[in-house]
Design a protein around this ligand. Sequence first.
Ligand code: ATP
Ligand code: MG
Length: 429
Amino acid sequence: MRLSRYFLPVLKETPAEAQIVSHQLMLRAGMVQQLAAGIYSWLPLGYAVLRKVEAIVHQEMQRAGAIPILMPTIQPADLWIESGRYNDYGKEMLRIRDRHDRSMLYGPTNEENVTDIFRRHVRSFKQLPLNLYHIQWKFRDEVRPRFGVMRGREFLMKDAYSFDLDAAGAEASYDAMFLAYLRTFRRMGLTAIPMQADTGPIGGNLSHEFQILARTGESEVHFDAAFEAIDFSADDLSVTELKALYAAADDKHDPAACPVPAERLRSGRGIEVGHIFYFGTKYSEPMGATVIGPDGATQPVHMGSYGIGVSRLVGALIEANHDDKGIIWPEAVAPFKVGIVDLRPDDALSHGLAEELHERLQRAGVDVLLDERDERAGAKFATMELIGLPWTVTVGPRGAKEGKVELKARASGETVELDPDALVQRLTA
Ligand code: ATP
Ligand code: MG
């Protein structure tokens, strides 16, 4: 991609309305733009990251056996009246009337919708277990939308729903999602600690929130220092062991009843990036989502639901990865892997080399952004640092004469001089 042909509306000043660093950087780097309170347009750079996050979530969900579907954003109120939640949900729900004066709503979540799909098609326990998920926009009319995409009103969520014959089956489904979540966040370079949580308006009896530690987190969290020693990328993580370790968000933390000795208790601020629930037959019973069991008796299925804040993660990733110059993307979610700074577009040899590298990297399937604008070198480097691409290649007249370019890692700041072949090899390895 050529920067001169791209759409990257970076801002020089930090917008006054942004209170936290991720929101400031997302605006400065031209990733999103606010359309109304808590409602954002995703501009090319932000959208590229959002898609990378989505892709990882899709892969890990499917690896764990969940099946992708796509449910609508608009739902009829009738379904929510059936489940009993229409009145409970209150002002967070955006209620709409269509031209026939039917009550509709913009979905804040999809338990009713998916339970309706299930009850129309599944009859026997032999069709279980089943886990259906989608990645879809939600709307919640939050009292205080803030922190940019971290607490929006319209936001992108992955929500999965499991169906099992009994509580034991449902717990196995829950545990599979629990592990899939740790893998998902780990692949993005994040350590999310699973915390026992309240079940809130979703209701139910078993729930964990996945929290990333960050100074700007919205909730106070408390956890056993033993979490700090866990290798979350290990293949043999044990759900049983992890569930046994103490970790709780403020709403569930009771200092008097906390089993962890004071010197081993850690407290901090957390950003909730995922939340999983087991809620038994809360929806299946009122909505008649039943199967015929092995004994021939009809029974309501046991369900769980599993959310990941896909758009919130983009902000959370920046909270966890930045310095005073800008964003530092982990490679797995970077909008481009490499930026090429063409220092002197007016110098035939140097410019030719920058173009050639851009072409070769693109052909090798590397996401690369070439800055061949007629701008000062300082401005070009500042842009690259702000938008946080993992690698920057600098091509200038002096190096070009000797057939050398400079490769710099955004995270460590380390630089090496390489010839073009070695560079391409390094970036495609
Ligand atoms: P919170 O406690 O932050 O309000 P929640 O418990 O209401 O979240 P869930 O219903 O569990 O949220 O939704 C699943 C995930 O969706 C959350 O873990 C979070 O990452 C994300 N999410 C929830 N509300 C918002 C929002 N207003 N903006 C962006 N992401 C959100
Ligand atoms: Mg929550």
